[in-house]
Design a protein around this ligand. Structure first.
Ligand code: CA
Length: 574
């Protein structure tokens, strides 16, 4: 973490966003300098756009717009303080440039957050103004004495400024805590929501006892304490029978475990964070939580979500359905997903899966690496895509790992790849949130901006190049076939194995039957991930198909559910 740009990575949220959307390939542990610079460019363009548009919406000065933005931010994670500092340092330069009629691209190029490498195209979000070279030169003249540029060019660390040192330190640790692929504590269950806490796997009910956690078989029928955190314990005074025995014995309890990527973790950036016309004091309330969850919302995801959806649709997550079917399953969920995860890098974090073959109940494991094997952000995406052979060998490794870690009687379901051509087809001519106010930026512009900077989360589908989109779809189909072949030909001792198609087409049709539009199923800000509605519709499909084809996977309906509710209420909540 050094150089001016990184204080800006830390600064307003926007600089963090692209860092996390990055679907970095398996070979890269940390984003490269080029990626950092590209993210700083996107961050700068977003922030300057928001400031400019806030001024436009409120008919205020740029100075007032910057102050307004800072007042909207919460103090948590020092967001408000950082914002004020950033305004203090960079504000005067931004004001000067916006006054000279520069747009956000030009401001960020002048301040050198965006750089045009020799022989490379100029990356821009908005349409290029005529005579931009001349304008840029003029702007650089204005900026000769700029503090921003001085630091930017000297390459010195802005955190070395005495009044920034402490705050930089705090911001750095806040960021480091949210880095994907960070090692997980050996004690995997937590009483805290974020930082891989109970938003990600069932909440710990006894932090002092490492042998008490969701998903285990009850210890001595939980006579004295709730060893499996399902909220059921103690003895029925009427007959002296332990409640765990009475309500759960023979009910075939099971947990749900997702091995997934950013889609499975429910990556989501709120459109309100970048849309000036919708921005208010309430807009950023959820931001600190989101940042400490790597901008993911597993608590609202299709596989392991346990909170009521804010999207207004009635469908529930797979976890909530399993819980409804058998209340003994309460809190038995694990979302083992990472931004950027693929078949090729899963082995780096599969160790955070927690299941004891002797002590725990069986689990339903969903393997859903649905994009990063074919989604590449580099210049030659096709050559970097996972081949069927490579997929085969990594998936077999994963399955062997699972066979040696899952309790007998578990189930594993391999999810196929979607056909991502719906992204371009449904979005390319729609306005991007930053382009809605002045009708000047479409998703096609946004996609090409990210591709130009080589940080597109899926350059191979988020592109105007139809040939490339088709090739990507072909590869995705081949990889799905590989998974299907594995599922039909391989046998394992501790689980049975199934394959499900990724049914994007089906949920789109269903959504249209309900009067919706296909684009409403895609994340607004990143223009890539399935959104909450899509995830819940997919969960619904999953449930119906499994129920129809392999009902034993879901277990039985527990006749004691009403009694459990009667005695234990909400079983301690989530
Ligand atoms: Ca219990």
């Amino acid at each position: 973490m050094k150089s001016l740009r990184n204080i800006c990575l830390a600064a307003p949220l926007f600089f963090l966003l692209p860092l996390h959307t990055s679907t970095s390939p398996a070979s890269e542990d940390q984003p490269s300098t080029r990626q950092y610079n590209a993210h700083a460019c996107v961050g700068c363009v977003v922030v300057v756009s928001v400031i400019e548009q806030l001024a436009q919406v409120h008919n205020s000065t740029v100075q007032a717009a910057m102050e307004r933005l800072c007042t909207y931010l919460p103090e948590k994670l020092l967001l408000k303080t950082t914002c004020s500092l950033v305004v203090h340092i960079f504000g005067p330069d931004v004001i000067k440039l916006l006054r000279a009629d520069m747009n956000a691209d030009m401001v960020c190029h002048t301040l050198e957050f965006c750089k045009q490498d020799p022989g490379q195209p100029l990356c821009h979000l908005y349409p290029l103004p005529k005579a931009w070279k001349f304008t840029l030169e003029k702007a650089r003249q204005i900026m000769k004495k700029s503090l921003t540029l001085k630091y930017s060019r000297s390459g010195s660390d802005i955190c070395s400024l005495p009044f920034l040192a402490k705050i930089c330190q705090q911001i750095k640790s806040a960021i480091e805590n949210s880095v994907p692929f960070k090692d997980v504590d050996s004690d995997k269950y937590s009483v805290f929501p974020t930082l891989r806490g109970y938003h990600w796997r069932g909440r710990d009910c006894n932090d002092s006892n490492r042998l008490a956690y969701p998903g285990r078989r009850p210890d001595n029928w939980d006579i004295h304490q709730d060893s499996n955190c399902n909220g059921i314990w103690g003895i029925d005074p009427k007959d002296g029978i332990p409640y765990e025995k009475k309500f759960c014995e023979g009910s075939q309890p099971r947990g749900i475990i997702l091995l997934g990527d950013s889609a499975g973790a429910h990556f989501h950036i709120s459109p309100e964070w970048i849309t000036a016309s919708q921005m208010s004091l309430k807009s950023f309330f959820s931001l600190p939580t989101a940042l400490t969850d790597e901008l993911n919302w597993p608590q609202l995801s299709g596989a392991t979500g346990f909170l009521d959806s804010s999207s207004g649709i009635k469908e529930n997550s797979i976890y909530l359905r399993l819980r409804k079917r058998n209340h003994c399953n309460h809190r038995d969920y694990q979302n083992i997903s990472r931004n950027g995860a693929s078949s090729q890098n899963l082995k780096r974090f599969i160790g955070s899966l927690s299941r004891n073959q002797l002590l725990d109940y069986p689990a339903i494991v969903i393997y859903a690496m649905i994009g990063n094997d074919v989604c590449k952000g580099k210049i030659d995406p096709v050559s970097e895509m996972t081949t069927p052979d490579k997929l085969y060998s990594k998936v077999m490794e994963t399955l062997k790992y699972l066979n040696s870690h899952l309790p007998n009687g578990s189930h594993v379901i391999l999810y196929g790849f979607p056909d991502g051509t719906f992204l371009w087809d449904n979005l390319h001519n729609r306005y991007y949130p930053l382009g809605q106010l002045n009708k000047d930026v479409t998703y096609a512009n946004f996609y090409s901006f990210l591709s130009c900077l080589q940080i597109s989360p899926c350059q191979s589908w988020m592109t105007s190049n139809k040939t490339l989109r088709t090739l990507t779809t072909e590869r995705a189909a081949q990889l799905s076939n590989t998974l299907k072949n594995i599922a039909t030909s391989k046998k394992f001792t501790n689980f049975d194995l199934f394959y499900l198609d990724f049914a994007y087409q089906e949920i789109t049709e269903e959504w249209q039957e309900r009067g919706g539009q296909p684009w409403q199923l895609i994340e607004t800000v990143d223009g890539f991930h399935p959104n909450e509605v899509a995830l819940l519709l997919l969960a619904d499909r999953f449930w119906k198909k499994v129920q129809l084809q392999w009902p034993h996977v879901l277990g039985k309906e527990n006749p004691f559910n009403p009694r459990i509710e009667q005695v234990f209420g909400d079983q301690g909540g989530h």
